[in-house]
Every structure is written in C-alpha cells, then in structure tokens.
Design a protein around this ligand. Structure first.
Ligand code: AGP
Length: 604
C-alpha cells in the first residue's frame, strides 16, 4: 500500500494494511516521509505489534509505504520485513511476488560495494534502483525492472525525488485510485476502497507515477498507456475476497496463478528437467535413494498417494504413501537411502510433524513440500520445495492441493531424469505441465455449468467418487471436499473395488462421480460405470473434451481439456472443488469455516 497526499499518511496506511490482512502475513512495516527524512518501523507478528511500536514512534508525514509480508526468501524477522532501503537510505521499496534472479544480481551489486541488510529478494531492487538513480525515480525504476525476472507488484519512494511514488506490476496485482486526500496504490482494492470506488488496475509491464493530484501510466519503455477506470460496487467485506462470495471460491479461481507460481523458474523444458533450488544441495544423495515414503494428513495425504504413482512411474523407485497419524505407530523400515517426503500446506500439522521427528530420529533423508514459509515443518525438515500458493484462508484446501500435485510431478521429473527417464519424455512432461495453468483457467471459465449441476444434486445425502490409477487419489479428494463443506456422506473409492462390496449400496438415490478421462484405464472405468447404471445409480462423469460417447452412459458430464494422462489429476480436481463449493452454498453452509474443522490441525 502506498500513499501520497495532503493527509497524515500513517493512519491511512495502517487502515489499508488492516484491510489487506485477510491475505495472511507474518510481519509488517511502514516508511513515512516527513519532508526531511524517512522513518521506518517494522515488526513481526500481527499488525497490533506494529501499531504498538508506532505508539512509541509516531511517524508524521504525508507520503508513505506500508506492507504486510508473507515470507518467501529469508526468515520472519524485522530485518526481512518491508520496506527495504538502499545503501544511502534514499530509496524505499515494498514488493509482493518473487524475484527469481535476485541471487545473481545481489552478487553483482555486492561486488560493486552495495551492502545488504536483509536476506530478501526484494532488497536487490532497492540497490538496483540506487545504481540507476540520477535524480528521476521513475527512470531508475524502469531500468531496474527490465533486469528483474519473476513476479512483482512494487511500490517505490525516493527521498531525493519526493513528489511521487512509483508503482509497477508483473504477475502480482496493483490498483491505483485518487481521492481528495491524494493518490493511493494497493495490492487489493479492499485496501483503498474507503477512499474511492473508481479504480485503475495496472496490467503486467506497467509503471504508474503517482503524485498527490494525479497519476500517469507507462510501459517499461516509457510509452504512455491509456487506462480505463473501473467503478467497483463491492462492499468492503466483498472486496477482501476479491469480489467473490467466499475465500474458497477465490482460492479455487486463483489456481491458474498459484500453479504458475509453483512452476515458475522450475521447468527446464529444453532439458526435460526440473530445477528445484531447495533440493540442489541434496542432488548427489537423491541419486542414491532406493526407497521413498510420502507422509501427510487429510487432503495432503491424497496428494501424497498421487506422488506414489507419479514417482514410481517416472523414477522407478518404490514409493509408499502414508498418513502422519499412522506412520509413527507403525514400525517403518528405514535406511540411509530412504527418502521421506512430508507434505503440508500449513507446515503446522501435529501428526505430520510427529512423523517428521520419527523419521529424523531413524535416519535417512527428509524433504518437505510446504506452502507456509517459515512454518515449523519448513524450518525443521531442512530441505524441500515451497508451493508458493500464497495464503490459503478457507478450511477446505484447494489451490494448495493442486500445487502439491504439480510439485510432486516436478520432483518425479527431477528424480526420473536422474535415473531412467529419457530426455524426450522429460521434455514432453515439462511442456505439458507448463500448459496446465492455462487448461485450469479453461475449466474455471465454465464454472456456471457446474453451478447448475450442483442445483440438481444439492439434496443428495450420499455420494461416491470413483477413479483409477492417477485419479484414484483424486476420488478421495473429491469425496473429502463433499464431506468437509457439504456434510455429505461421500466416499472416494478405487473403481475396481466397487464389486468387492461397496456396490451393494447403489440405488437411484446414490449418485457417483466417475473420474474417467480418456486414458489407459478408460475402458475399465466404463465397465465400472456400466455396473452402477445396471443398478439404477446416477453417474456424473468427468471426461475429456471431445468424448461424446460418454453422454450415452452417464447422466451428466463435466469436461476437462486433454493433457498427459499423469497430469489429468490437476485438471479433474478443479470441477470436484467447484461442485462441492456450489452444493455447500446451496445447502446454506458456512463454506469457509465448516463445522468442527480447523485450518491447521495442531493437536494429535
Ligand atoms: C483439506 O481440505 C483439509 N482441510 C485437511 O484435510 C488438510 O489437508 C489436512 O488437515 C492437512 O493440513 P496441512 O496440509 O496444513 O498439513
């Protein structure tokens, strides 16, 4: 959040940060210019902590930057909190996103004598702007941003060019508005909606120069850009959810972006390889791994089951997926060539942490797939791959789950290419994986069809979700979503198991969701669907676009785009999320905070 105008900046910044706080954060900070100097106050924890510090150091001035940080590079401490300054304390930067090439730029700047205070990727930008600064801030910002790779929404202020703040975006949202009080910029309309409802949303590659009276927008080459003003008619509460009725829907809709973030900088398509910075140091030991166990709880454990299939397929290593609450009460067999992978969105799940402790005690390698940076699991596991999904607020996991699947494919690709997987197969997987965020977007564009379907099935009390091979764990995940937020007795079943008992339950009131993309087990799935139909059961099929035949046997069909068989789970998960979401809404449940459940399960 940035402000320049006639009023005192601090209360406006704090109010804006509070309205952004639903996004999740672990530290915060403000910088305010009083016409003479810039004062900086940063704190870890909740905004209240920052406010307490500000009681002791009130910051007068009518220009300022405010930021809440969700740690990605560097631990959670005051020094890593934003704003970040250059060597001369002239330039101040706040940043959302990730600069992928920060390390190399940091080394170059250090070699030129720049001294860094924090471990963050963001601080590189302050020093790079300092390097280019010749009195005009926007020119220096443009020159610096041309060199930055990754994603950013940045706001910059310079003491030596103080009549403006500069905002720029690439893959991280920024919105600008003007009011009688001055110019505002924020990551989210919620932060500034109380000042004006007339917003200008920046697009990728755009730079805004904001003064107390007006603002202009250009591209990185300083070509002027025409912008349209959008009138927002959201209430403040709606705005915090990006205009969506619930966080869950917002998070479902964010998946093209969260998947892009999970893959960003990690796919080397030409080499058919995955580049995973957090495993770099383990490269040699990973080559010698001859057994893998994947441990997680709830939805994350279903991602783990998918990991079992994909890693065995790509790397030819025996894999066993387990749940945290069972793992430590078994007598798991380990040796130094065993790799244990722990998956957790929150990084705070007690059973997963206890399993990690058990695994560490017994030896072998441990790595994590974690979303929350700096969480207990992330700190204790030592090595791993972050999801970079951003904060997930709704209790039912959606975007974190699909990014767990994507990261498991990356790990499978990495281990596979260290072993048996050919470069050609690696290239094909990398190419198709790279296209997945766009395919997810296509499914989301058809959400209204799933909403209609949800109306038809909203009063059902029992549901099955069936799948085979890679989509077997997704059947579990689909059923879990229906349990969690619709309170429906839903079960995920391996389709081949139906005949061994469950089919006794089928009747016309008992619908089944059959995940049946056109793949190697499609014919088997059709036989299972036929068995259900023969007993008058209803079937909703999740099938591949272009498959018209399925309409002859299924009652309803949801289509997903074509992709590699092993990547279909990332796509088939999305309609299951939407179906559960819309059924929950229509049943009148509290979607984001379902009864009896917590977002992080920190007890055994
Ligand atoms: C998923 O929708 C659930 N809320 C739940 O099963 C969750 O996946 C599980 O509690 C594990 O949480 P974690 O990923 O934070 O460890």
């Amino acid at each position: 959040m940035g402000y320049i105008g006639k009023e005192q900046a601090l209360p406006l910044l704090i109010e804006g940060l509070r309205r952004h706080s639903y996004r999740g954060y672990d530290s915060s900070g403000v910088a305010v210019f009083d016409g003479n100097q810039v004062s900086l106050v940063r704190a870890t924890g909740k905004l209240e902590q920052l406010e307490q510090m500000l009681v002791r150091h009130p910051l007068p001035g009518s220009v300022g930057l405010g930021h809440t940080r969700w740690a990605t590079h560097g631990g959670i401490n005051e020094t890593n909190a934003h704003p970040h300054a250059d060597c001369k304390q002239n330039i101040f930067v706040i940043h959302n996103g990730i600069f992928e090439n920060y390390q190399i730029l940091k080394e170059k700047l250090q070699a030129q004598g720049h001294v860094f205070a924090s471990e963050t990727d963001t601080e590189v930008l302050s020093h790079l702007i300092e390097h280019f600064f010749k009195g005009n801030l926007e020119n220096a910002v443009r020159q610096a941003l041309v060199l930055m790779k990754g994603a950013y929404g940045v706001v910059v202020f310079a003491k030596q060019d103080p009549d403006k703040i500069i905002a720029a975006r690439l893959s991280a949202p920024l919105v600008v508005c003007m009011s009688d009080a001055g110019g505002f910029v924020a990551s989210d309309p919620a932060g500034i909606l109380s000042h004006s409802n007339k917003m200008v949303f920046l697009d990728d590659g755009e730079v805004a120069v904001i003064t107390k009276d007006s603002f202009t927008v250009t591209d990185l080459k300083n070509n002027p850009k025409e912008k349209t003003v959008t009138e927002i008619d959201w209430t403040l509460q709606e705005a915090q959810k990006g205009g969506y009725a619930h966080f869950m829907l917002k998070e479902i809709m964010e998946q093209p972006e969260s998947l892009t973030n999970a893959l960003r900088g990690r796919l080397m398509i030409g080499e058919g390889m995955a580049k995973l910075g957090g495993l770099e140091e383990l490269k040699k030991q990973l080559k010698d791994v001859n057994r893998i166990q994947i441990i997680a709880c709830g939805g994350a454990s279903y991602a783990g089951k998918f990991g079992e299939y994909i890693i065995e397929e790509l790397a030819g290593i025996p894999v066993h997926a387990d749940i945290g609450s069972e793992f430590r009460y078994r007598n798991p067999v380990f040796d130094k060539h065993t790799l244990s992978i722990f998956i957790s969105q929150s990084g705070e799940t007690a059973d997963t942490l206890a399993a990690l402790h058990e695994a560490k005690e017994r030896g072998g390698l441990t790595i994590g797939i974690v979303n929350v940076v700096g969480s207990t699991l992330a700190r204790e596991v030592g090595f791993g791959v972050y999801n970079h999904s951003g904060p997930e607020v709704a209790v039912a996991s959606t975007k974190a789950f699909t990014s767990q699947l994507a990261v498991l494919v990356l790990i499978g690709l990495f281990l596979g290419r260290q072993r048996q997987l050919s470069i050609a197969s690696g290239q094909q997987i990398a190419r198709e994986l790279n296209a997945i965020p766009g395919l997810v977007k296509r499914i989301l564009e058809k959400c209204s069809e799933i909403e209609i379907l949800a109306k038809k099935y909203k009063d059902v009390n029992d549901f099955w979700c069936i799948g085979r091979k890679y989509n077997y764990p997704i059947a579990w995940e689909g059923a879990l979503k229906l349990k969690e937020i619709c309170y429906i007795n839903a079960n995920g079943i391996a389709a081949g198991e139906l005949k061994h008992g469950p089919i006794a339950l089928i009747n016309e009131q008992f619908p089944t969701i059959a995940i049946c993309p056109s793949d190697s087990v499609y014919d088997k799935m059709i036989s299972n669907i036929a068995q259900i139909k023969a007993r008058n059961g209803k079937v909703i099929a999740i099938a591949t676009e272009g498959n018209e035949d399925i309409k002859r046997i299924a009652d309803d069909v949801i289509y997903i785009p074509k992709t590699l068989e092993m990547l279909t789970p990332i796509l088939s998960t999305v309609p299951l999320q939407l179906l559960a979401y819309y059924i929950s809404v229509q049943r009148g449940h509290d979607v984001d905070k379902p009864r009896n459940l917590a977002k992080s399960v920190t007890v055994e």
